[in-house]
Design a protein around this ligand. Sequence first.
Ligand code: GDP
Length: 532
Amino acid sequence: MNAISEKQNRQETERRRTFGIISHPDAGKTTLTEKLLLFGGAIQMAGSVKARKASRHAASDWMAIEQARGISVTSSVMQFSYRDCQINLLDTPGHQDFSEDTYRVLTAVDSAVMVIDSVKGVEPQTRKLMEVCRMRNTPIITFINKLDREGMAPLDIIDDIENTLQIECAPLSWPIGMGKRFKGTYNLYRKELNLFTPGQERLPDDVLTIRDTSDPRLDEILGSQAAELRQDVELLEGAANPFDMEDFLNGSQTPVFFGSAINNFGVRELLDTFVEIAPPPQPRPAATRMVYPEEKEFSGFVFKIQANMDPAHRDRIAFLRICSGRFERGMRVRHHRTGKTVQLANPITFMAQDREFAEEAWPGDIIGIHNHGTICIGDTFSEKELLWFTGVPSFAPEHFRRVRLKSPLKAKQLKKGVHQLVEEGAIQVFQPVLGSDLILGAVGVLQFDVTMERLKTEYGVDAAYEPAEYAAARWVRCTDKKKLDAFKKACQSHLATDARGELVYLAPTLWRLNYESEQWPDLTFLKTREYQ
Ligand code: GDP
């Protein structure tokens, strides 16, 4: 790579923003996504994201579960541009039963937007997702939605966020009234008044620069609510935390915006600030060293695998986040786990509506690679130096089911289906050392429903679940082979291997798990395991 393209690499990296939206179901994530795409020119009409979601429901039965329960099971990637920035939006499943998938998606982002329903305040799933973001100190921008409805008082929502989520809030905009009295927002950061016209799905242009809230125009426009706004602004100037870039970037402070996604209000404000303050692709730790995005050699890791994304193709796609260098179509790269060199011939990008072939891509971008069963979640691909990006974990399942085939003739399909779903990270599988049962393990019980539906619709397998009386699973490791062998002998009836052949202890009770870990102090019982 010559000097000019090094400069280009830096420029392209600088203008990338890769983020995810976190929220409790129904807070307005889909609606906000749609409006963001609208601003990015990625879709022409509002409603397309929902429509697409709906058509996919119809296309494959298992999605009906998602529809019935009003949750988003799948994650997808949308790329669009706004101003000078190239934005990658990674969708995350909102339901807690898919938190493992969400966690992995969040390992691939540089920041997150948190949507809160102003009527409901902080909800359980927001709290869980926030914990996930905290593990990596992901910078978060907050959007308080549904101001067109009567909700909690803005200050109470701020208090709720600060107390429940333990993160400092820095309001950058402030609502003027709510519900029927909602007039718009005052942007404290830019000193601008954004006026709200209800029921209009338009790109707002009613922005008025008002440097000083004593400006008499406020009274003309807002009437008696001008005094309320002045009082609020005065209060905020004294009491609220000023925005601090460093605190935002290290995840200890969140800038807050108010709006109404469905009315397309406050979305541009959010997006304008987002492209300004959200961080571009950051350096990432690999097992051997830190990898910087502007390095000339390409590297990236797989954070998600999804089978049968497009029912017409029945393909499996591995989603790879680029961490450094420039990616070119047809490039030959090394696969860290196998050590083999492979050619990435037809990678795809995710322009919001269609999948397109990626000719080139840069740090922060996500490309989809066709997977023929050799790629696993957590795998790293790099140009010359063999790298392995750490921090993409697998969590020990907390729920277990035994699978019984209704027709023994389908054993092969069951194996194939389970293998592919495990590879996606949709479910985990354990093969007990004794016997021929197949035990499935999940972090959230809904994963079982989805697995069964998909086994049926995608693999033609008719099976049923039976209870499996386990309370926990732990990956067992020990460097002392003798001790490990002794443990294997003693606990044989509770041992299994996972999909990668790793030894797992399936504990019948938590008490027993404690007991065994005390009995075998030289062994480690792992609750999370890194993909490697
Ligand atoms: P998700 O589950 O978080 O993706 O939420 P959706 O975007 O599907 O929104 C959930 C519901 O809230 C839908 O009925 C939306 O029409 C509605 N909604 C979204 N944004 C707003 C808003 O700003 N105001 C009001 N009143 N409703 C909204």
